[in-house]
Structures are given as structure tokens and as C-alpha cells.
Write a protein that binds this ligand. Structure first.
Ligand SMILES: Nc1ncnc2c1ncn2[C@@H]1O[C@H](COP(=O)(O)OP(=O)(O)OP(=O)(O)O)[C@@H](O)[C@H]1O
Length: 457
């Protein structure tokens, strides 16, 4: 399958001039002396080497400003490198940032013809494919309006419709999909899948961990213009998230650790050919479960909620809420399917009756995903004396989709007027669930559904 590289990048660097004052740009133009420079250089990409094999789908991840778009633009030829080389073998269709590719004064129809011609299609070929492109974009009469009157969603629809209907050998997508609505995104992902299956090479930038894990054979991590790591999507995404959530004073050390692991070196064509001979093996590595990848749950210092709400305490104090493994190791990045314990202490500061405790897991958007209480109210602990400490443990299996979640904790006690919170904390801790590529379940919670499909005779 991977007989020859579709994209070869060697020692690629890109520096942009940065002018501290607007008129310095003009000065540079009129007085570009060899001694005096009116700008300083900003190195957006530093000595990147990379091979993308034919038929491979590679995801690029990295923090904002790490150089992802610059790399894609250099590969597509819309930017020229300061040094280094890019070689592309095959017809390339790109969906770069909004604004690239279409002429705003021309209508959608005219732009389709122009764009497809730039991509190497003859007039007759474009005419043949036009109906399909128009149907995929689904923008109605706007197809005959100037593109400058389009919403960003319409623009992406049309740009994507062209890019994927010209039978590209190499498809490059830069996060553009995040602009479209969910229905359109799904349609696009289905199409990208079909393009992949037809043997094309796909290179795309995404901030979505699950998209990279779901779609890619391999991923690369860029940071400050450097290629820090390449490997299986799960390993790269998990390292990327570690970097993303690291406290500022830990970032340099984490970067150094990633670089020391030496996974940033180029996967040479030769190595790719070896992989090719063992095609299914490569697939196995990409499809391996997180456990098989040797990734374990771990503690990430920077994963601290900034949305915590503390309710008024009325004789009890929740202390040290955290997640841990069954062997007691503190963790906040979890492996899906594994069992963990959410635990906290309750320091009781006055005698309380009918005490019970609770927990809740909430999604990033605040949806209550699941929770529990330690007992029904009739079975609550009848009396807890002042100075006593309760140890509360909720053991649970992590059946959640990849993503970020928040934890609540609460202590209830009985009063004359009924049961009330004596301490309650919203978003007191947060955790992340690692991506899992073989997940058939959709939505937040894995219901252990056994799916079946058959052709009815
Ligand atoms: N034309 C330019 N002139 C000066 N600096 C630029 C230019 N284009 C990009 N940069 C800088 O180069 C760096 C890399 O930019 P790039 O857009 O490639 O990052 P990115 O990883 O795609 O970021 P994001 O995730 O925010 O889209 C950034 O610091 C950016 O400010």
C-alpha cells in the first residue's frame, strides 16, 4: 500500500519578517540594504522532516501558533519555504483556512470552474462533476451569487464540495470543517473516509482528539515550529494533551522529555516500505487499544478546574477530593473501560445526624452525566460526632467517551426542616478520558450495547 511517499518534507523552515512599526515595512522595501534590516525574523517552522506515505492518513496536532497551518501551506505551495524542500507526488486538493482559494467577486459556479481547473481538471471534467459538487455543497441559489455574499459556513461547504469531488490523490484539510454545522461535518467525514478507502493520502489539522484517533493512521505533534513527536494517534494525542494542560512552569520540562524520547525523527521511505510489507501490522498498531499501547492512567498537574463553586459550610468540610486507581495512585487522565475510585474526606465540625454523601460527574457543557449517593436517606449514618472524619469512596467503571469532565461532591445531613447540604462543591476536580479508537458506542456513556445488523431476506 505505502509504496512511495506522497509527501516528502526535508529540513523545512519558514521565517516570517516581523516589523515592530508599520512604516518599517515600507523602509525595508525602499532601503533593503544588506547591513540594515527593518525587521526581525520569526521562525514559524524549524527544520521539519516528514514523510507521508501513499494511502496514509496523518493528523497534525499542536497548540495555537505551533506552525500547523504554515506547514500545510508550504506543502500546498501557497507559501514558499525559507529553506528546505517539499516534494508532493500526486494531485493535491486542499481545504485551507477561509479565504484561500476562491475569488470573492466571482459567483460560486464560476469559482467551482476556476478552482477545479487549478486542481487540474479539464472543462469537460468539471462540467461532468458540477452537479455532484452543487448537490454536496447544498447552498441553493447562492451558487449563482458572488462568493463575497456567502456566510463562512456556505463558503466551507462549497470549498469542501470542490476539494473532495475532484478525486484528489492527496487531500489536505486545515480545521476548516469545524466551521460547518454538525450534519455537514458528518457528511464530510464520511467522504474523507471514502477518499481514504480509495487509496488517497489525507493530511489534516485538527484540535479534536477523537477525530484524529478515529481517522488517522499516524499523528504528528508540532510545538513552537518544531516536530516534537510522531507516532500512533493515541500516543501523540495523549502527549499533546499533556502539553496543552501543563502548568506554565512545567512546559519546558515536558517538551524536553518528549524530545528525549526521540520519536520525532523522520519515518523514512524505507521504514514506510517495511511497514508496507507488514501492512496489517501497521493497521494493528494504529488500531491497538490504549492498554495495548502501554498507556496508563496518570496525573496531570495542570488539569485543575477554574469554575469551582463552594457552597457555605454548615458543620462539615469536604477535603482532598480526587480520583485514584484501585491501587490508590492519584490520577486525572483515565483509560476508558477501567475502574477508578472517586474519593474525598469529610471533616465534621459539629455533631450531625442522618449524614450521607454524594458525587456527580458533569460534562464540559454542564450536563449531569452520572452520579451516586452513599445511601438512601433512610440508611444515612444516624450520628457523626464533632471532630470525626468520614472517608468517602465511590468506585466506578469509566464508561465515558473521550473528553473532559468535572466532579461535584456534597455532604447532606438531617435538620428539623429536612435534609440539607452541610458542604457542597461544584466542579471541585476535573479529569480527562483518553480517546479510544475501537469505540462503537456513541454519546457520553457506553451502554454496553450489543449492535447487530443483517440483511432482511
Ligand atoms: N504571515 C505571517 N507573518 C508573521 N507571522 C506569521 C505569519 N503567518 C503565521 N505567523 C506566525 O507563525 C506561527 C505559526 O502560525 P500557524 O498559523 O502556522 O500556527 P497554527 O499551529 O496553525 O495555529 P492555530 O492552531 O492557532 O491555527 C504563529 O506564531 C503565527 O503568528
Amino acid at each position: 500500500m505505502f509504496s512511495k511517499s506522497a509527501i516528502e518534507v526535508r529540513d523545512l523552515s519558514k521565517a516570517f519578517p516581523i516589523y515592530s512599526k508599520p512604516h518599517h515595512r515600507l523602509m525595508q522595501m525602499v532601503m533593503p540594504g544588506p547591513k540594515e534590516r527593518w525587521f526581525r525574523e520569526f521562525r514559524a517552522l524549524k527544520n521539519i522532516s516528514l514523510d507521508v506515505a501513499r494511502g496514509e492518513t496523518v493528523g497534525i496536532v499542536g497548540r495555537n501558533g505551533s506552525g500547523k497551518s504554515t506547514l500545510l501551506q508550504l506543502i500546498c505551495g501557497t507559501l514558499s519555504p525559507t529553506s528546505g524542500e517539499v516534494r508532493v507526488n500526486g494531485r493535491i486538493a486542499a481545504l485551507l483556512e477561509l479565504g484561500a482559494g476562491f475569488n470573492p467577486e466571482f459567483t460560486g459556479r464560476e469559482n467551482v470552474f476556476l478552482n477545479a481547473a487549478v486542481l487540474g481538471l479539464s472543462h469537460a471534467e468539471i462540467r461532468e462533476k458540477f452537479a455532484e459538487i452543487e448537490a454536496f455543497a447544498d447552498i441553493g441559489d447562492f451558487i449563482d451569487q458572488p462568493v463575497k455574499s456567502y456566510s463562512s459556513g456556505m463558503y466551507v461547504r462549497l470549498a469542501f464540495a470542490v476539494a473532495i469531488n475532484v478525486s484528489p490523490e492527496i487531500l489536505i484539510v486545515d480545521e476548516a470543517l469545524s466551521v460547518g454545522d454538525e450534519g455537514f461535518q458528518r457528511k464530510c467525514f464520511a467522504r474523507i473516509d471514502a477518499i481514504r478507502d480509495s487509496g488517497a493520502t489525507v493530511l489534516f489539522v485538527s484540535h479534536s482528539a477523537s477525530t484524529v484517533v478515529d481517522l488517522c493512521d499516524r499523528a504528528i505533534l508540532l510545538d513552537h515550529g518544531e516536530l516534537l513527536m510522531q507516532g500512533t494517534p493515541k500516543q501523540v494525542v495523549s502527549t499533546y494533551q499533556k502539553l496543552l494542560y501543563a502548568p506554565a512552569d512545567r512546559v519546558a520540562q515536558i517538551r524536553a522529555e518528549i524530545l528525549a524520547a526521540g520519536t520525532n525523527r523522520i519515518a523514512s521511505s524505507k521504514e514506510i516500505e517495511v511497514v508496507d510489507e507488514e501492512g496489517p501490522g501497521f493497521q494493528r498498531a494504529a488500531d491497538a487499544t490504549v492498554e495495548e499501547d502501554g498507556i496508563q492512567a496518570y496525573w496531570e498537574e495542570g488539569l485543575k478546574p477554574s469554575s469551582t463553586i463552594l457552597y457555605e459550610q454548615r458543620g462539615a468540610r469536604i477535603d482532598e477530593p480526587h480520583l485514584q486507581t484501585l491501587s490508590g495512585e492519584k490520577v486525572n487522565v483515565l483509560i476508558p473501560g477501567e475502574t477508578y475510585v472517586y474519593t474525598y474526606k469529610v471533616r465534621v465540625e459539629r455533631t450531625l445526624s442522618n449524614v450521607r454523601c454524594g458525587m456527580m460527574i458533569r460534562s464540559l457543557t454542564g450536563i449531569e452525566v452520572g452520579g451516586a449517593v452513599t445511601a438512601m436517606s433512610k440508611d444515612a449514618i444516624s450520628i457523626v460526632g464533632s471532630g470525626e472524619v468520614l472517608s468517602v469512596r465511590f468506585r466506578f467503571r469509566c464508561l465515558l467517551a473521550s473528553g473532559t469532565y468535572f466532579l461535584n461532591a456534597g455532604v447532606l445531613a438531617g435538620f428539623e426542616e429536612g435534609e440539607e447540604y452541610v458542604d457542597r462543591r461544584i466542579d471541585v476536580a476535573m479529569f480527562r478520558v483518553m480517546p479510544y479508537s475501537d469505540r462503537l458506542a456513541t454519546g457520553f456513556v457506553d451502554l454496553d450495547v450489543v449492535p447487530q445488523i443483517s440483511v432482511a431476506s
